[in-house]
Design a protein around this ligand. Structure first.
Ligand code: 5AD
Ligand code: SF4
Length: 436
């Protein structure tokens, strides 16, 4: 008798931050290791996973409409299993089954290691939402989606409880991985041809296991074959002189830091529970630039936090001018259920938040363009990521300062290689260059 065994296929759709992107790579790695294959397209997947984000309401809405759309897929192919993973899964839990009867599994970010067993369990609806303090001890196989550069988790969770943020509720308390486990993973990546790693954590500056973060960078810097080290995200309060020193000294650590300011008003920073005043932040920026004059600095800004006055908003606008970020991500304040800021008096109307957000973005666009223009004519090392998404005749990559550079396709240049590029023209969100 011939037994035909058909390999089950999975598809993962990811919403949100780098943490989620990498969690999806890990879930893919686990499913592959347990004998499944990645589907080319969601339409031929037996298991569809949504890795969700709840940082702002908009992210949540995007997922809601996907979940509605997938209902018809389940009607046509009742055998398809649907899993909701990520921060919405953690936050809403089994309530998701009530709202969306077509969902089979709900799995939180601290339990992704269970995804393999979960999708094999037939018939019953399942959740995996427990706190998992052991997460930092797990070594999960990741099926990485990119060539040349890789995400590496060095810590999980967050202890900060910024008053607007949902993350401490969905990802639990801070836990750092042992340095040897991280080094082993990165050595393996370098052997497999990865040139760049980005170390991931909600607040990498408070990484602490058998070593601290600057010491970890020193150790990673010694890994043969690796060319670039990046890390996200940083908390200004915890950015130490030793870290600045390590960034300056270590040749593989890139000249870029993402340092979320959130607001230029010290009063608002207090309400946000950020633990620093605007002046403290500015001092750190001065120190970074003093030691590394060409460092690129990016940030996050929230517009329209509860009680924010025109003066507070003005302080943020002033800060943008004073600091001169290379780029920012800016968002309208979004009240997240269960957070302190969602319950504060003085919530602002949507149109005021939108108006302030637009002003912030408009001012920053001007600053970014001037900064990028200053790079015209210079030569930069670019790590090639692949074809440009908007122009199939162009390749795209990043400088050490994390600027996107687009240039003409060349059959001799493949994703993962590092090449020299002359910057020809600056645009708002990217640079145009030519290979030299
Ligand atoms: N509303 C708006 N922006 C938020 N962020 C986090 N929580 C919220 C919220 N409730 C932003 C912060 C953070 C980035 C990842 O998302 O700026 O740094
Ligand atoms: Fe959220 Fe603040 Fe933690 Fe960042 S540091 S994840 S903003 S609580």
């Amino acid at each position: 008798m011939v037994v035909y065994w058909i390999m089950k296929k999975f598809s993962i759709k990811t919403f949100g931050c780098q943490m989620n992107v990498h969690d999806s790579e890990k879930m893919a790695g686990i499913l592959k290791a347990s004998g499944m294959a990645q589907a080319e397209d969601q339409s031929d997947a037996d298991i569809i996973i949504f890795n969700t984000c709840s940082i702002r309401q908009k992210a949540e809405q995007k997922f809601r409409s996907e979940l509605g759309r997938i209902k018809s897929v389940k009607k046509k192919r009742p055998g398809v299993k649907i899993a909701v993973a990520g921060c919405i899964a953690q936050q809403r839990g089994a309530e998701i089954f009530k709202r969306a009867g077509h969902v089979d599994y709900v799995i939180g970010p601290q339990n992704i290691h269970l995804i393999g067993d979960m999708v094999k369990s037939e018939g019953v609806k399942k959740t995996a939402l427990e706190d998992n303090p052991d997460i930092a001890g797990l070594e999960l196989p990741a099926l990485r989606g990119e060539k040349g550069r890789a995400w590496v988790s060095i810590m999980y969770g967050c202890n900060n409880f910024c008053s607007y943020c949902i993350v401490p509720y969905t990802r639990g308390r801070e836990k750092s991985r042992a340095s040897e486990s991280i080094l082993r993973e990165i050595r393996g990546l370098a052997k497999d041809g990865f040139r760049e790693v980005t170390l991931l954590g909600q607040n990498v500056n408070s990484f602490r296991s058998d070593t601290d973060f600057p010491e970890l960078l020193h150790k990673i810097n010694e890994i043969e074959g690796l060319k670039r080290i990046r890390f996200v995200t940083n908390h200004p309060r915890d950015l130490s002189d030793r870290l600045v020193e390590a960034m300056e000294r270590l040749d593989k650590v890139c000249e870029h830091i993402h340092l979320p300011l959130q607001s230029g008003s010290t009063r608002i920073l207090g309400l946000m529970n950020r633990g620093y005043a605007y002046g403290d932040y500015k001092e750190k920026i001065d120190k970074l630039r003093d030691r590394m004059p060409d460092i690129s600095i990016t940030s996050d800004i929230i517009a329209g936090f509860p009680t924010e006055t025109d003066k507070d908003h003005g302080d943020t606008v002033k800060a943008l001018g004073e600091i001169g970020f290379d780029g920012i991500f800016a968002f309208k304040f979004s009240p997240r259920p269960g957070t302190a800021a969602s319950l504060m008096e003085g919530q602002l109307p949507e149109d005021l938040k939108a108006e302030r957000l637009h002003e912030i973005l408009r001012i920053q666009d001007g600053i970014t363009l001037v900064k990028n223009k200053g790079l015209e004519g210079s030569i930069a090392d670019v790590l090639v990521e692949g074809l440009s998404q908007t122009d199939g005749d162009r390749l795209t990559g990043r400088t050490r300062t994390n600027k996107i550079v687009n240039f003409k396709k060349d059959p001799g240049i493949s994703a993962g290689s590092i090449i020299r590029v002359r910057i020809l023209e600056a645009k708002k969100h990217s640079l145009k260059g030519e290979v030299v």
